[in-house]
Design a protein around this ligand. Structure first.
Ligand SMILES: NC(=O)c1ccc[n+]([C@@H]2O[C@H](COP(=O)([O-])OP(=O)(O)OC[C@H]3O[C@@H](n4cnc5c(N)ncnc54)[C@H](O)[C@@H]3O)[C@@H](O)[C@H]2O)c1
Length: 255
């Protein structure tokens, strides 16, 4: 049986780790040719290499999504190598904590640059390619924190809420080109980003236990569980969905 992404080309940013790497594996397992983009060149190459060993077609393109010329180059390489683009998963993101009073201006600027400007740049240079391919799927990784507040995290929350607004408006702009635009809103999932946020807590073990206690499903999620939602949005299984935010959060925002 053909895979759900057979013959399709997917670009995944932040593909070197966590949710992006799990999605690269999930997309490739369904037949996609995958372009793994990450600011961490070694991580991107390692994921692409693993996919290659598993029999898939994948390349790594080291990219800082905040830099317009690098994103332009990323999409040019995808077009040159594979001749089309079907799925654009703008997933790279960073977390920098602090109240508005505490957060240094440089951290504000970097959060906006990676979490909002990055997906904007991916879309800016990716939409023409998707349109040339007859349409496709754009997915932004937002967060449950686009929907609810989180202490000492106002700018991260703002960037993720901004992605939902951008996806809705883009869904209207590009529907006629056959391009769907959706967000995924993951809850807490075990990745290096979550580990880093535990590491700066006064009591990391208690921080983790507290999330698990408050999580309706009683556990933290996995990158693979988010990748399954990304696969759904990338594939024709979600053909009638655009402009939505798909929440995969163990019930966190149900309270
Ligand atoms: N882990 C969670 O609990 C959680 C929850 C909600 C949303 N998210 C979001 O999921 C996305 C993926 O995060 P993750 O948890 O897999 O984290 P991760 O740290 O495992 O992976 C993020 C990847 O993005 C890359 N990256 C960072 N800055 C970049 C840049 N400027 N250009 C290109 N690549 C860059 C990193 O090198 C890393 O490989 C992020 O957008 C994050 O905000 C994560």
């Amino acid at each position: 049986m053909a895979g759900r992404l057979e013959g399709r080309v997917a670009v995944i940013t932040g593909g070197g780790s966590g949710i992006g790497a799990a999605s690269a594996r999930a997309f490739a397992a369904e037949g996609a040719q995958v372009v793994v983009a990450d600011i961490n060149a070694d991580a991107a190459h390692a994921v692409a290499n693993d996919l290659h060993i598993a029999g898939s077609v994948a390349i790594a393109v080291p990219t800082d999504v905040a830099e317009a010329n690098q994103v332009q180059q990323l999409l040019a390489v995808a077009a040159e190598r594979f001749g089309r683009l079907d799925v654009l998963f703008a997933n790279a993101g960073i977390g920098l904590h602090g109240t508005v009073v505490e957060l240094p201006l440089e951290h504000f600027d970097r959060l906006i640059a990676v979490n909002l400007r990055g997906p904007f740049l991916c879309a800016k240079y990716g939409v023409p390619l998707l349109a040339q391919s007859g349409g496709g799927s754009i997915i932004f990784t937002a967060s449950e924190l686009a929907l609810v507040g989180s202490p000492e995290n106002p700018v991260y929350c703002a960037t993720k809420a901004g992605l939902i607004g951008m996806a809705r408006a883009m869904a209207l702009d590009h529907a006629a080109q056959g391009i769907r635009v959706n967000c995924i809103c993951p809850g807490a999932v075990y990745t290096p980003m979550l580990a880093a946020s535990f590491a700066v807590a006064p009591d990391p073990a208690e921080d983790e236990a507290d999330i698990i206690r408050r999580m309706p499903l009683g556990r933290i999620g996995t990158a693979e569980e988010i990748a399954k939602a990304a696969l759904f949005l990338a594939s024709d299984d979600s053909a009638f969905m655009t402009g939505t935010a798909l929440v995969v959060d163990g019930g966190w925002t149900a309270r």
